[in-house]
Design a protein around this ligand. Structure first.
Ligand SMILES: CC(C)(COP(=O)(O)OP(=O)(O)OC[C@H]1O[C@@H](n2cnc3c(N)ncnc32)[C@H](O)[C@@H]1OP(=O)(O)O)[C@@H](O)C(=O)NCCC(=O)NCCS
Length: 150
């Protein structure tokens, strides 16, 4: 499946995907701002000319943070989430990333299962982190060396 850097023409589809995927969508303009952020790596996965998945990763030295990832509701459970995460992580590894972080809602079972497949482990909890429903955030980390040893 084609996975490539996000472009300005993707933004309407990416914003729509974000609104369909999150109860707290990113503000209008946030993805455009990330495309200008030198530490951000913004990716889309397309089928035909349809954006089916989007991901933003922040890279600083050997650390990378998955800021957001979403797959269109009609395209879920076909491995696209796994593919875009794998591609973004592989590119970050080439840049020098060795530790990956993310935050996920404590009740987001699909995302937790996906991250655990990659070897992410829960390392902390931010209580009542999400403003819409007061849900806790779980902090997850994957250390590359540990994965390689496994
Ligand atoms: C989480 C999300 C990105 C997964 O994308 P996806 O393309 O459906 O996931 P994949 O098909 O690649 O699934 C990979 C693995 O994730 C897990 N998974 C995905 N959806 C799941 C579900 N509904 N229930 C249980 N496990 C699920 C499974 O372990 C799956 O592996 P398997 O198919 O071998 O069983 C997608 O559900 C989504 O966009 N959700 C809304 C946004 C979101 O929550 N993003 C994460 C924020 S931290």
């Amino acid at each position: 499946m084609p996975i490539r850097p996000m472009t300005l023409t993707d933004l309407p589809a990416v914003n729509e995907l974000d609104r369909l995927s999150f109860s707290l969508a990113w503000p209008e303009g946030a993805f455009a701002a990330e495309m200008r952020n030198p530490n951000a790596r913004c990716w889309v996965l397309t089928e035909g000319n349809q954006v089916q998945a989007a991901l933003v990763l922040w890279c600083v030295l050997d650390e990378a943070h998955i800021a957001t990832v979403a797959v269109h509701p009609a395209a879920r459970r076909r491995g696209l989430g796994r593919q875009i995460i794998r591609a973004a992580m592989d590119a970050a590894i080439v840049e020098g990333a060795r530790i990956f972080h993310l935050e996920v809602r404590a009740g987001n079972d699909p995302a937790l299962a996906l991250y655990e497949q990659f070897g992410f482990e829960v390392v902390g909890r931010r209580e009542k982190y999400y403003m819409d429903n007061g849900e806790d955030a779980l902090l997850m980390t994957l250390r590359l060396e540990k994965t390689e040893e496994a």
